[in-house]
Design a protein around this ligand. Structure first.
Ligand code: PRP
Length: 215
């Protein structure tokens, strides 16, 4: 049996759909209520999956510690947290991007003063501004980061942009794209060795079905 940590929320629905296409019986997750652990038998000859629903950062923690053999998590969290695991597959859903954004019509790069950036992703932000040799002060925000430039707390934000609706509806715009993001399958390095056959056939099946899906 493979224990798989799935990120709750944004990528959950698509992940469940792909696992169903892979031949797992995902009915346990259809009416999940507040449950966090699910058993998903394989309809074929493959082994069953035990699914753990967790927050993105915790998916990485569970996989790093070997509590879970593998996990589905966005590249945004991987870029921010890093960690000791294998990034096995680009699942090609949950597609969005990291971008620098701020109040519409302003010239972000004008002037020589240091920039104040609000973000949920301080490490990604630090790296981005370091690569441009721009001095920046980072203010960590936990959610609805778009408020920070509107309220005058920051010159800009570094955040995820998917449809762009949140920026648009709040009078903000993208100043610069930073990096593309999609959901990734990660794996624990020991599990890959100990459950070699089982995990590789799981990844092959996943790759096949992830490449088939319509986004
Ligand atoms: C993310 C991100 C933006 C929004 C972008 O927030 O931080 O606010 O989605 O999506 P869009 O381009 O399609 O509008 P999320 O929904 O994860 O909630 P949060 O702000 O509470 O973290």
């Amino acid at each position: 049996m493979i224990k798989l940590a799935l990120t709750k929320g944004r990528i959950e629905k698509k992940a469940i759909e792909i696992l169903r296409q892979c031949g797992y019986d995902m009915r346990d997750l259809d009416d999940k209520g507040r449950k966090l652990l699910f058993n998903c038998p394989s309809s074929g000859i493959g082994d069953s999956l035990q699914i753990v629903l967790a927050k993105a950062a915790d998916v990485i923690t569970y996989v790093e510690h070997g509590t879970c053999d593998a996990g589905f998590v966005g590249r945004d969290t991987i870029m921010e947290m890093g960690g000791d695991f294998y990034e096995v597959l680009d699942l090609r859903f949950g597609i969005c991007r990291f971008a620098l954004a701020g109040v519409k019509g302003r010239d972000f790069y004008a002037g020589h003063g240091h920039k104040i950036i609000a973000t949920k992703y301080p490490n990604v932000t630090k790296k981005f501004f370091a690569s441009k040799n721009i001095d920046c002060e980072i203010i960590k925000i936990e959610g609805s980061v778009e408020l920070a430039p509107i309220l005058g707390l920051a010159d800009g934000i570094v955040d995820i942009v998917e449809t762009g609706a949140t920026l648009r509806e709040n009078g903000l715009e993208v100043y610069e794209d930073i990096s593309p993001i999609s959901a990734r399958c990660i794996a624990n390095s020991v599990s890959i060795k100990l459950k070699d056959k089982e995990m590789n056939s799981f990844f092959d099946n996943l790759e096949l079905n992830a490449s088939r899906k319509d986004d």
